[in-house]
Ligand binder design. Sequence first.
Ligand code: NAI
Ligand code: AKG
Length: 414
Amino acid sequence: MAQQSNPFLTAQQQIETAAQFLGLEQHVIEILKRPMRVLKVTFPVKMDDGSIRVFDGFRSQHNDAMGPTKGGIRFHPDVNEDEVKALSMWMTFKSGVVGLPLGGGKGGVIVDPRTLSKNELEQVSRRFFEAIAQIIGPDKDIPAPDVYTNPQIMGWMMDTYSRLKGSYSPGVITGKPLSIGGSKGRGEATAQGVVFTVIEAMKQLSKPLKNATIAIQGFGNAGRNVAKLLSELGSKVVAISDSKGAVYDQNGLEVDRIMKLKDVGNILDYGSEYQIDSHELLELDVDILVPAALENVITLDNADRIQAKIIAEAANGPTLPEADKVLFEKGILVIPDILANAGGVTVSYFEGVQNAMNYYWSEEEVKSKLETIMVDAYHQVSEIAKKYQTDLRTAAYIKSIKRVEEAMVARGWV
Ligand SMILES: NC(=O)C1=CN([C@@H]2O[C@H](COP(=O)(O)OP(=O)(O)OC[C@H]3O[C@@H](n4cnc5c(N)ncnc54)[C@H](O)[C@@H]3O)[C@@H](O)[C@H]2O)C=CC1
Ligand SMILES: O=C(O)CCC(=O)C(=O)O
């Protein structure tokens, strides 16, 4: 069968696979297989040289049965409607897996922010938020950071919305700077959640984390914090990549030095003798592989050559369904995105709770609440996987779909 690399179709296939175990009625599956609302916007921005550039963006709201929709905003040249739809679907099931009172949403703008000045980036951020302002809000849909967006952008967006409403509205967005209602621990939350699930998976496999070898694809918010946290736990990060290329040292990379190089420009300056082909990174003989960049990187083309014992999906949608089957047959434990990377939205949820109370928790409090949620979710999903003799992805969907269906029944939708 031809390989499917459209994330929207991947998400639909994942739902159908899990639905087979649940005996869902067809109309329930049909509701889950598409977003309830997709807004496409086009907006002009005056660039620094005085020219006007027109940008396209999207906000997809998948399902709000469990609560307001929630999910990040991506700025990337390859953003497209189907990708944003898929990302919003994964958000619903992510919230369901960890038991948050939220639905799923996601947004994106077709832009390479690395080509913009700071002023242009601010204008794009503000104009996009204005363009979607009618459908978002603390009780409707709450954005957050995703690829190539960051706390500063969240701050501009929050300011734009607050000005439109005429009142201070921190709860409209999460991942904000601490000075305007951000949560302690949100910066590391996605990676911290990944690490909590990895710790549990390694315990199940009776393998020590100390000296475990790690390969990480992507060195942004998710990837670099996974590298930092796992190296602090004594693991050996042997390979790291970003959009420019990959570096590898079987004796372990100096993570601090790579973080500094990334801050000033290029991780490849680590040394030409350490450079490897980016695709090779995925196929290294390591204990744990962490895809932390974009979708569709583990496919039928390379699944067979993957040697990692555990794949912890910090990225959304890195593995295609056909590849999942190969990995399951090979006995590779895949901790799926909707479970592994749920730490980000969980601490975003904590941020919203703190904004609503106007009372803020310590970093230790945030981390300990996150740990409880991630560890519980991991073991619940693991039990479901055992019961249904399936992989963790399908088990995570089974758990989550049940919860969304229950909410839809309670609201009288189905
Ligand atoms: N930031 C968050 O809180 C969350 C992020 N995620 C997911 O994690 C993944 C990464 O997101 P962030 O770290 O937030 O983005 P980011 O913008 O902070 O970093 C992205 C990183 O990926 C690298 N990259 C881009 N293309 C690449 C390629 N072809 N090969 C290797 N590296 C490449 C970039 O150089 C950069 O280091 C995405 O799939 C995102 O949806 C998931 C949950 C929460
Ligand atoms: O923090 C959030 O609300 C969402 C983060 C996100 O976009 C994701 O989990 O993919």
